[in-house]
Design a protein around this ligand. Structure first.
Ligand SMILES: *Cc1c(COP(=O)(O)O)cnc(C)c1O
Length: 422
């Protein structure tokens, strides 16, 4: 199957005439479409809400689009809380799904009246001391063991640092009820980039059963089942987008089968999707600047792992097309690489591509989530710009590229800053 970029070669020429490569480009139309498809799939649940995982794409212009589509935000750090606040998110608009949380972050999350998603039982006393215990709280569950759905291996919760054991969930709920909590949410994130339509329903069933047990044994009121993130996207051409409508229907069936009879029909289903929401709607646009022939054929780009870490970090596949050569024969085999002094700085290895010439625009697909945001500054390489392609075809710079003075800003108290930057 062919995988096409969301942006035409002509549009890319227009954008690169104004803004130099590399940059991440986001597709507003696609983000809105996905947000609408998700809410339609869960419209059977009156309280449904997506809390976009801010870490996936922490740009206020993107968050604003998602806010307009009715989403809340899922935050896990001070910077993410501040972003949420700046955009006017408050109270139940914010899920705070942190772990190993510093005191000041709990305090700030409580100040914003965010929904606290408690990662550990020891955080009860810590939160009581730093911000106070709210009347409504979410508990993060880790079922342990291996997660098998049918015969599909989904991950290994028993080596995941997140969440509480079953026993701890019950102990935590009891303690929190003594401290004045009136309503509980339950949360679990058991897989990442799950392509299978059965992951989300399986996660829902695990949480529904826990919710029912908590309700029956402790008489706990359940206001929310938080399915978290983890729904995947088709990075590879032969993969397919998970069918969110089917996923929603399966969860609806389970909800009717078990939650409603247990008297928990008023619980809201919430999600904290990141990758699914914006992943396919972003790409990294770079230029081929060198061609190298040694034991293999290399194409050197003006972007590097600093702009997109996933290939270096997880061996992740990102599809690549060459602007204007989308339909050309892929009769060359290249390693497409960046400029870091680090041999894992390879966007693709042994990739069949059309013949690439110096100056060609190379489009690295599916960087709309965990792309720009994961970047770093190794080798003193600067982070790129971010550009938003609007629904009417116009585009705007939503984050400028870093400059050397940004990079050296943290040492501006020494005599060196002026010598380097000025
Ligand atoms: C990262 C994360 C998400 C989003 O994960 P995706 O794979 O992008 O859907 C949601 N919730 C929590 C708590 C996370 O850490």
């Amino acid at each position: 199957m062919q995988k096409m970029p969301f942006v035409s070669c002509e549009k890319l020429q227009e954008i690169t005439a104004k803004y130099p490569t590399p940059f991440h480009l986001y597709n507003e139309a696609g983000i809105r479409r996905t947000a609408r498809e998700l809410s339609a799939a869960f419209s059977w649940n009156g309280g449904f809400r997506e809390y976009f995982a801010v870490k996936a794409c922490p740009n206020p212009f993107i968050l604003k689009i998602l806010k307009e589509e009715g989403c809340g935000v899922d935050c896990a750090s001070m910077a993410e809380l501040k972003l949420a606040e700046a955009l006017g998110f408050h109270g139940d608009d914010i899920m705070f799904s942190s772990n190993e949380t510093p005191a000041e972050e709990y305090e700030y999350a409580r100040k914003l009246d965010a929904i606290i998603n408690l990662d550990d039982i020891t955080h009860i006393d810590f939160l009581a001391e730093h911000g106070g215990i709210p009347e409504k709280i979410c508990l993060r569950f880790n079922p342990g063991g291996e997660l098998l759905i049918g015969s599909v291996y989904m991950g290994q919760p028993d080596v995941s640092k997140f969440g509480m054991t079953r026993q701890q969930i019950f102990a935590a709920a009891q303690r929190l009820m003594q401290l004045g909590v009136k309503q509980f949410g339950l949360h679990a994130l058991l897989a990442s980039n799950a392509a299978d339509n059965s992951y989300y329903p399986a996660n829902a069933m695990i949480l529904f059963e826990l919710a029912i047990e908590l309700h029956e044994k402790l008489d706990a009121e359940i206001f929310m089942v938080n399915l978290s993130g983890g729904v995947g996207i088709p990075y590879k051409p032969e993969q397919r987008m998970p069918d969110i409508r089917k996923i929603g229907e399966s969860i609806e069936t389970a909800f009717q089968d078990v939650m409603i009879p247990a008297g928990l029909g008023s619980a809201a289903i919430t999600t904290e999707l990141g990758r699914y929401m914006t992943g396919p709607h972003g790409c990294l646009v770079a230029r081929a600047i060198h061609k190298k022939h040694i034991y293999k054929e290399y194409i050197g780009l003006d972007a590097c792992a600093v702009n997109l870490m996933r290939p270096a970090m997880y061996d992740a596949y990102h599809h690549i097309t060459v602007a204007g050569k989308e339909n050309a024969l892929c009769d060359h085999v290249y390693d497409v690489v960046g400029s870091l002094c680090e041999n894992n700085d390879k966007f693709a290895i042994d990739r069949a591509l059309p013949k690439i010439d110096d100056g060609d625009l190379v489009v690295i697909h599916d960087t709309g989530a965990h792309g720009y945001s994961m970047g770093y500054n190794y080798n003193g390489k600067l982070k790129s710009a971010e550009i938003l392609l609007h629904e009417d075809g116009s585009f705007s710079l939503i984050r400028r590229a870093e400059t050397l003075s940004d990079y050296f800003a943290t040492i501006d108290f020494t005599e060196y800053y002026d010598k380097i930057v000025k």
